[in-house]
Design a protein around this ligand. Sequence first.
Ligand SMILES: [Cu+2]
Length: 203
Amino acid sequence: MTNHRFVAACVLISAIGLGGTTQAGIIKGRVSGAKAKSLPDAVIYLDSVSGEFKPPDKHPVMDQRGLVFLPHVLPVLAGTTVDFLNSDNVPHNVFSPDASADKFNLGTWPTGKIKSYTFAKRCDKTCDATLLCKVHPEMEAFVVIMQNPYFAKADTSGQFTIENVPAGHYTIQVWHPKMKAPAQPVDVPKDGSIDVAFVLGKK
Ligand SMILES: [Cu+2]
């Protein structure tokens, strides 16, 4: 091997080495201040992360079962296609009155059928689309469209985990249909985890 070929090979190997290093941390925490039933409606997310993010190949499902949308809140990365399923014995309809979802109306369809919609709108940070059913005016759900894939929903005890976050300084926020909490700065370590707590209050 000539000398400069050897140098080129070394540069290549070290570049691969660096790329393979995990420089990502975990954000863990807890949301409080709301009833247990309402805590899983909280979506915790990073405000803005640079990079291009590919939506998942597997479509998340928004079910209609027992005359309610399941889940009540569905966070998705911009560009994600959501499958809308009707699991009830009655026809349901899905539409959104919001510009963030191009005011789509998928029509009305019977049991067992699926219709899909792609939430293609890019929001500066995050935006939400209300889902409604023309047949049952009391039915309501929300799709929260995310700029980046670093988000999580809280569980009924308010706990959440966002994994594999590239190390760096960010602003972390919480979205909730009825409540709010101040945004916070967060420094994600290259390794290990950092804790964040949110206390929800009235909007
Ligand atoms: Cu319905």
